[in-house]
Design a protein around this ligand. Structure first.
Ligand code: NAD
Length: 281
């Protein structure tokens, strides 16, 4: 039966390390600061924002929340970002997506100073990630690489298949796997014969958003399975894009949902914020 890749445990280890780093920084009078901007009243977004703030508090990062009404204009949002870009106490700025439709997400992402872009979504930081320069890496993909390394999974030379090509998960996780010398194949909604490709994967990353899409017939025996999905099953229970019970016996490693990739995402956000604070001159 597959070894569970415990994101919750790895996150806890990293939180303890970060606490130490934050108290070291405090000696030079620096408290890392994260600003979170939330527009509107989306329930899921509010939950995410709350857990990000709670985690900040745990490791000693100062966090502020700007909660703006749903009818906020792009101009007003950009002026808030401008203010935070120039605030010396703020090391990281995060705008919770999705945004209401009157606001261009791309314009907002590009307005955040690349030096404070702890989500790693700014085109400059995406470019640096592609060329392998040191930069803020997107949190979910970075957390996945950390999980693979902590589980001592061999990435170099492996065939990694990524299902899903979103800008926040699929595309960047493929790039990071390539940076680690995997041979990478991307699959998506237009892929013809998905199974023919996923069954070739040594490492299979699934970020689609369809409950239990991946069954045991879709994987190669001994494959490492990273399940990014967060869905509800027919009983309203949280589940991934992979049918865990079905594949557990033939995979070599698998991330559970919850407790796998999820806890790593916030952890990498906090790490980026601390890194950014270290760059204060
Ligand atoms: P998205 O909706 O932006 O992208 C989904 C991708 O899946 C698309 O690229 C699409 O081409 C592909 N796809 C759709 N149907 C497909 C099919 N039948 N076969 C193959 N590919 C198909 O989603 P996203 O933002 O990348 O998120 C994916 C999932 O991961 C969601 O469940 C989301 O909640 C979850 N998520 C989890 C975390 C975390 O921290 N754990 C972070 C981000 C997203």
């Amino acid at each position: 039966t597959a070894e569970r890749m415990n994101g919750k445990e790895l996150a806890a280890t990293k939180h303890a390390e970060m606490k130490v780093r934050v108290s070291e920084l405090a000696k030079s009078g620096i408290v890392p600061g994260l600003a979170v901007i939330l527009v509107g009243d989306d329930q899921a977004s509010q939950t995410y924002v709350r857990s990000k703030q709670k985690m900040c508090e745990k490791v000693g990062i100062h966090s502020i929340l700007k909660h703006l009404p749903a009818d906020t204009t792009e101009e007003v949002l950009l002026s808030h970002i401008d203010e935070l870009n120039n605030d010396p106490e703020i090391d990281g700025i995060l705008v919770q997506l999705p945004l209401p439709k009157q606001i261009s997400e791309q314009a907002v992402i590009e307005a955040i100073s690349p030096e404070k872009d702890v989500d790693g979504f700014h085109p400059i930081n995406i470019g640096k990630m592609m060329t392998g320069e040191k930069t803020f890496l997107p949190c979910t993909p970075h957390g996945i690489i950390e999980l693979l390394k902590a589980s001592e999974v061999q990435i170099a030379g492996s065939h990694a298949v990524v299902v899903g090509r979103s800008n926040i998960v699929g595309k960047p996780v493929g790039q990071l796997l390539l940076n680690e010398h995997a041979t990478v194949t991307y699959c998506h909604s237009r892929t013809v014969d998905l199974r023919a490709i996923t069954t070739q994967a040594d490492i299979l990353v699934v970020a689609v958003g369809i409950a239990k899409l991946i069954k045991k017939e879709d994987i190669k025996p001994g494959a490492v399975i990273i399940d990014v999905g967060m869905n509800r099953d027919e009983n309203g229970k949280l589940c991934g894009d992979v049918d865990f019970d079905d594949v557990e016996d033939i995979a070599s490693h698998i991330t559970p949902v919850p407790g796998g990739v999820g806890p790593m995402t916030i952890t990498m956000l906090l790490e980026n914020t601390i890194e950014s604070a270290l760059n204060r001159s």
